[in-house]
Design a protein around this ligand. Sequence first.
Ligand SMILES: C[S@@+](CC[C@H](N)C(=O)[O-])C[C@H]1O[C@@H](n2cnc3c(N)ncnc32)[C@H](O)[C@@H]1O
Length: 283
Amino acid sequence: MSPEEKADATGRYFLPRNVEEAERMQNQHEWLKGGANGLVLAPIDLKRENLRVLDAATADGYWMQDARPIFPEDTEFLGFDNAPEGYPPLNSKPPLKIVQQSLVEEFPAEWKDAFDFVHQRFVIPLFKSEEVPLVLSNLTGCVKPGGWIQLVEMDFQTPVSEPLESCKAVQMVHKLTSGVVSDPLAATKLAGRLEENGFVNVESKAVDMIAGSANPNQEMGERGARNMLSVLGFFQSVAKPEMIGLTQEEWADLPKRFAEEMEKYKVALKVYFVWGQKPETAK
Ligand SMILES: C[S@@+](CC[C@H](N)C(=O)[O-])C[C@H]1O[C@@H](n2cnc3c(N)ncnc32)[C@H](O)[C@@H]1O
């Protein structure tokens, strides 16, 4: 990638970086953890000593803070983000180690084959399909032979809400989000991409995350609904009604209609958890 292409890929991130956004992502984290029944789905041996964990695109490191108790106490965590300073630091003890690094720039040599577990969530669809191999080769390069990578991403395109014919606003939201991200189906391609990178034991679990009153857990349903409405606001802020064939009035009404559908129907989004292992013999 040329420096201009890297700047373009990096500049495409349109979500804010501030206190409110950190709180939104923390709420989203809890919703996801509830939906997937945990944070680490890869079958990593959690009894081993001196594990090293890397969280990519970590934002404020909330995932690391929450994942810490799952791992042995001597596990070392490192997070990176291309603009970590945008988020208020978490009051975490011991403090989280977070460094600045972009996914599309060359990674530090000392990260090569250095981590037992590499985790990344919610950033890949912003990259164009042809940019993803660079991002993934950077990430897979950090995994120790025998270690694991876990990627978590949303399928922006495939509707899973029911009854779909009644969920008109939800369908509009899919159209909108699919038109804004670079590759709305990126999540569905990750397992194949890990295999192309020579990873073995590649598996994935697709979880339909329910937002709103159809979630059997009321708190989780509310977390989901709150999250989806904030996310819709961000997408609307960088798009125009014409993009999805709406009038100004329909556009202004979209959040209200979406909220009503989350109240009345089973509104859900498909999130893929994909994991794979670097072969022991990998160099
Ligand atoms: C939607 S947030 C997800 C944060 C966190 N992984 C989570 O699941 O809560 C995406 C994060 O990716 C970061 N990001 C965007 N482009 C990046 C890049 N080129 N390199 C590294 N991080 C990037 C953003 O700063 C943001 O913190």
